[in-house]
Design a protein around this ligand. Sequence first.
Ligand code: FES
Ligand code: FES
Length: 164
Amino acid sequence: MSDISLTVNGKRVSGAAEDRTLLVHFLRENLGLTGTHVGCDTSQCGACVIHVDGKAVKSCTMLAVQASGSNVVTIEGLADGADLHPVQAAFKEHHGLQCGFCTPGMIMAATDMINRHPEGLDEATVRAELEGNICRCTGYHNIVKAILAASETMSSKGKAKQAA
Ligand code: FES
Ligand code: FES
């Protein structure tokens, strides 16, 4: 067992976990953050994507001990109180989900994608970058629409901030 201490959604947390414990299991089972899903055991589906030190990571590919000292954000930490994050709002507005199983990972991957492309995104880039996130329900069309819309909102907010 190792003692793990990290920041999750802005709060310092700690706990003990076996060295083989995956980060996704630590989040779900030790911290009760079940918004991060497990959809495969082959690191392919992307349902487990979270942010570690600002970057999208498949939390089933990382050990909990490796995350000690890191700053982790999960889907539970994305909204600002009652206000949805622009990516969450865009998924809602554009019907970017059906069963919702893939949605937390999609939203965390999309947020990272938009942050890495402050100049904006085009459809081909969104589709290429979603390669690591699998959705069995939607056919992706509305997910792509939602990400493009969120990118637009976030880049215009960024521009408004710069101009202010
Ligand atoms: S659970 Fe499928 S990629 Fe992590
Ligand atoms: S909405 Fe069902 S898996 Fe994507």
